[in-house]
Ligand binder design. Sequence first.
Ligand SMILES: NC(=O)c1ccc[n+]([C@@H]2O[C@H](COP(=O)([O-])OP(=O)(O)OC[C@H]3O[C@@H](n4cnc5c(N)ncnc54)[C@H](OP(=O)(O)O)[C@@H]3O)[C@@H](O)[C@H]2O)c1
Length: 234
Amino acid sequence: MNNKKTALVTGGNRGIGLEICRQLAEKDMDVILCARDAKTGKSAVEQLKKNGYTVHFFKLEVTSDKDRKLLKKFIEKDLGKIDILVNNAGISIDRGKFGYEIEMETFVKTMETNVYGPLALSQLVIPFMKKNKFGRIVNISSGMGAIDSLYKGYLSYRVSKTCLNAMTIILADELRGTNILVNAADPGWVKTEMGGPSAPRSVEKGAETAVFLAQLPDKGPSGKFFRDKLVVPW
Ligand SMILES: NC(=O)c1ccc[n+]([C@@H]2O[C@H](COP(=O)([O-])OP(=O)(O)OC[C@H]3O[C@@H](n4cnc5c(N)ncnc54)[C@H](OP(=O)(O)O)[C@@H]3O)[C@@H](O)[C@H]2O)c1
């Protein structure tokens, strides 16, 4: 079996996800860059390969049962293991409407992408991690989901990230003693398609905490919320 760590990143074709892939590859990991769109995913992989990084593409729509089944086969047949899962793919589609105005479809789609996808993928990789007695799961959350800073607007997005945080705490506790560490990262307000051009942070800075959590040593923290590599309140 490959001695290098194998890391899988969802939504790796652009934004923070792409930069997480680059930084993990820079740490000499085998990176599986996942994207729902094969064209943009493959082109991101080619770009990274040109710069000397070891990166592979896998087509993954995080809400698709079919794609997840294919991913399981890919891990079984081609990889043999998964050491790191970064649940990065996410959407924010409330579009300035209040929670009492949004279509239910907006809420459901947000939950499917930002919560159900990460849970299903965690369920998929945990048996491999258990077998290997090693695992790091990093959930890319947001300060907008922190309970003590909830306020009006972006109801679907905020609730989805609060749920992702709750899931992080519960899975971490269930996995205590297994050397599978589960944590959440708040990247801050980052200049991406989601963050917009006014965001003060670069993707490099936005990816930094996730990459730090992906490399936690054995007996490292689990079930915590991090920003700038420091524990912050839920
Ligand atoms: N930017 C910020 O200020 C900020 C702040 C806090 C937290 N975050 C979180 O950081 C993460 C990355 O955000 P970002 O700013 O990089 O956003 P982004 O530029 O909008 O990128 C989002 C990524 O997620 C992918 N994606 C969305 N839905 C998907 C699905 N159903 N299946 C697979 N991939 C899917 C997108 O793929 P396509 O290209 O195919 O659409 C894209 O690769 C998100 O979880 C976000 O909530 C961002």
